[in-house]
Design a binder for this molecule. Sequence first.
Ligand code: UGA
Length: 478
Amino acid sequence: MVDTQLASGSSIRIAVVGSGYVGLIAAVCFAELGHSVVCVDIDAGRVAALQSGEVPIYEDRLPELLARHRGLRLKFCTDLHLAVREAEAIFIAVGTPQSPTGEADLSFVEASVREIASELGEYKLVVEKSTVPVLTNQWIRRTLRFNGAPEGSYDVISNPEFLREGTAIEDFLYPDRIVIGADSDRARALARRIYQPLIDGSYFSRPDHLPGPRDLSGGVVYLETSAKSAELIKHASNAFLAMKISFINAVANICELVGSDVSEVAKGVGTDTRIGERFLNAGIGYGGSCFPKDVRAFYKIAESVGYDFELLKAVENINSSQQSYFMKKLRTALWTLKGKQIGVLGLAFKGGTDDVRESPAINIVRALLAEGCSVSVYDPAATQKARAVLPEDEKLVFADGEFDAAKGAHALLVVTEWPQFASLNLAQLRKVMCYPVVIDGRNLYCVQQMAEAGFHYYSMGRPFIEPNQQQGAEHTTP
Ligand code: UGA
């Protein structure tokens, strides 16, 4: 199973349990670092697809790295026992979905741990890679013990993942930091060997290394903490980023009330290096498979250990209000909505991905259909996944491009921050639309420019400027 020829030198035999987002990226990147990797999944169809070279998720650089390592340093299989038996380190990267009550559902983690227990004998490192609440590490140790794993045959460490969808490979190989939460020297030493090419920067001097956003030849920041701290670092990081977004969205709402511009405020606030400019883009709120779930899971685990994390409940409330504000803007612009033709740009929860989980864009499309609108929607990557979650409705059409979605529309809504949406030909857009109305939930356009191009342009937390009437009549016939 393991490619011993390539697995020479400091190569470690790694099993990754789960071939979802985190598991697949980790498996591919560990192979890229020189390790011998087996990625296991119970989904035989997915494994067969991966074995035959299919790329199941839309992710920059993933096809290239899969092609480079598949069948050599990277193998896929459904047999967890075999993979674990041959591995020195086992990364658990199975899903931790939200349970109906908001906590993380850890049943997949527990099921994997029970199976891993039966293969322990020789020392192995068990690594939590899935996003899990604090104290999960203790539960994993206890579950291993209860299921017969001999004492001393394992250590359990926490190694949270900070990758973003769309830039996941780059985030893995060029991380801001690597966090290892371990409680024994033996575990810390093996974890260091796994990440050695990034710790000492030697990966970046390899002639075939993947080029990245910055020079890390001096090595990456490598933090060793307790297992509990590492678990908290993951939840606290995601919750903090979500808080930043909700904070700027709340400020954006004040900006609207007083006639100020949130992009100026965000620039002024974010240039304070203690705050930082990133994640201060106001809009219709955060979505995706991580922030909504992790914010909830974090205040739930806090509650269970005796702390009411009220701040995070406010973060969540502000986030869900943004979509209502956005719909209110549409009503302000169009008066009544029933029977109107609405163009929508975006379905994914953010630009650069085909993921529609907890996507604000999907909620907006649903709300439009519920209001009786006809909707023509375009997304460069997420249409297929959106079809699976949106209702079959004769009033919903999946368009072939931006102008196709805008054709004959009484309003065009921008709900996902795809870069190409920001550079549309405005004169052409004006021509194909029925009314010159654009509601921008991602602040992709310059307010002045849109007014000059003749649009009634509404964005998030920025002023409304009366459009230039010279650019055409209020109503055009497409
Ligand atoms: C997020 C974190 O950024 C990663 O560090 C983390 O590893 C990951 O969750 C995870 O836990 O797996 P991701 O969900 O891929 O990554 O997406 P982000 O790029 O963080 O965006 C999340 C949402 O926030 C998107 O809906 C995006 O549109 C929104 N957002 C982001 C804003 O509304 N404003 C901003 O300024 C930034």
